[in-house]
Write a protein that binds this ligand. Sequence first.
Ligand code: NAD
Length: 364
Amino acid sequence: MELTDTMQETGVIGRMGIFDHEEVLFCFDRPTGLKAIIAVHDTTLGPALGGTRMWPYTNEQEALSDVLRLSRGMTYKSALAGLDLGGGKAVIIGDARQGKSEAMFRRFGRFVHRLNGRYITAEDVGMSVHEMVNVRKETPYVAGLPLNMGGSGDPSPVTAYGVFMGMKAAAKVAFGTDDLSGRKVSVQGAGNVGAHLVDHLIDEGAEVILTDIHEEKMEAIRVKHPKVSLVAPEAIYDADVDIYSPCALGATVNDATLGRLKCAVIAGGANNQLANEAQHGKAVMDKGILYAPDFLINAGGIINCAWERKGYDRDAALGQTAAIYDTALRIFDRSRSAGIPTFQAANEAAEERVQSIRRAGLNF
Ligand code: NAD
């Protein structure tokens, strides 16, 4: 279900009822200027883990919509990845380029701590390790810390590996083989995930077409992999490829791009690739494109974080991330046999797991 304006008119508790959110904490601190919202969507499977995003929302309604939507997404992501974690997320209303202070993030850490472990935070857009270190001063309920602090370090190589495995599963269904050698793959975004994904693709012998809004990021990858072709950001939608891999922004599968995409598979790391889940999920299916749901195949980062809590073991994290391949095949199969879009098959599978654990009384 998409949040519509009509739904936004209902009060906060009314909006929590749309997706069955358990708890929403509003945080305000005048001395540090902190304004934050923490949303705990569902803790059936375990403590709600999800990052904190700092963003200059234009109003509180926008911030609330974002945190409600993102926290529910985390419930589904962890449920599908087989993790014993629930879904949560936090947003800090503010400009990440200014106004940050040690005190602000320590204050935020205190709010996280008050939830007594029901919510575990991590880094997201607008946050850096520096801020997470300050949050950690006030609460142990933080994941994704640097290796030298006993954490699991940068999650993006693990995320990229999961995206690669999910892409291979999609290729198996779409092309009859998961071997990507000779396949043309367009990668949108030469950032952390995109760069590691290109490594895997080149190792496997795929032909990579890459774009980014920052020339130097693309060039850095081409220095390492001279065969990679570079294109302008807008040209990526017109590239004649087998697979389109969005690894930059969300909402790139939309009314304007759908008619241009020539791929048979969409499989990338970016969150919320479908501009409108219901509408574009169906449109993609009708066009004969196999869409690998983003929250299914980009779960490597959260799997990495989950291992940090058990005592970090990189090989175990990679092993569990490799299982995204089998999960993706199951979701594609479910989608095909029920005649429903892949995102819907993935949502249903995630909900089923949560409900079965709840029915059995095995809640966290
Ligand atoms: P990043 O910031 O390192 O990389 C994003 C790249 O996209 C940047 O190089 C940026 O210049 C580029 N970009 C921005 N707008 C663009 C455009 N219009 N066209 C082309 N390129 C553009 O981020 P990241 O960590 O690589 O994450 C990429 C995506 O994957 C994000 O959507 C993120 O939310 C998602 N994701 C990341 C992880 C992780 O472990 N890092 C985990 C799950 C999901």
